[in-house]
Design a protein. Structure first.
Length: 166
């Protein structure tokens, strides 16, 4: 099951992420894939806001993961620089998935074994105009009731002018 959303600006993408983030709970894992500049960090910024955190969000640069303060513990990972899954073993990455953290992962395709942990997988890509971005949000392990609730909440994205394409 998939939903496809088009946004026209970074702020619309943050608004989209906020809607998704409001539906997230402890233990959820969201994989966010797509090329550089596709809007992964912008989307995750919104997701973090949606969980109720107002911590500063940026792509983890030197560390692979960073933690944010908020009502629920958040981990933001960026696997861009990971060339071998062993590097994740070395930093004890699997301990992140303790059922307590919400884990948001950019460049998750660098570690395909993460797929089995995912509640949602988002593919970000460019659209027609320069600032258009397309977000394909796919259900993985997320409970069907929660997926339905998410889709209902995403209906509001139309109101935010982030038109639903499909
Ligand atoms: N619709 C949009 N959604 C998200 N970012 C956009 C959009 N339009 C333009 N941008 C710009 O594209 C860039 C996306 O950066 P970022 O979110 O860091 O991408 P990524 O993490 O995928 O590399 C930012 O400079 C942002 O201002
Ligand atoms: Mg990024």
């Amino acid at each position: 099951m998939k939903v496809k959303i088009l946004t026209h600006s970074r702020s619309e993408t943050i608004a989209l992420g906020t809607i998704v983030g409001r539906e997230l709970y402890r233990g959820d894992v969201v994989l966010v894939n797509g090329a550089l500049g596709a809007g992964k960090t912008a989307l995750i910024t919104g997701m973090v806001r949606g969980t109720g955190s107002d911590d500063y969000v940026s792509s983890p640069t030197y560390a692979i993961t960073q933690h944010y303060e908020g009502p629920m513990p958040l981990v933001h990972a960026d696997l861009y620089r990971v060339t071998h899954p062993r590097e994740l073993d070395d930093i004890g990455f699997e301990e992140t998935f303790d059922g307590m953290n919400i884990v948001l992962i950019e460049w998750a395709e660098r570690a395909t074994e993460l797929e089995r942990l995912a509640g949602l997988v988002v593919r970000c890509s460019s659209g027609g105009a320069q600032d258009d971005r397309i977000f394909d949000i796919e259900r993985r392990g997320l409970d069907i009731d929660r997926w339905v609730a998410l889709c209902a909440a995403l209906g509001d994205a139309v109101v935010l002018d982030a038109g639903v394409v499909v």
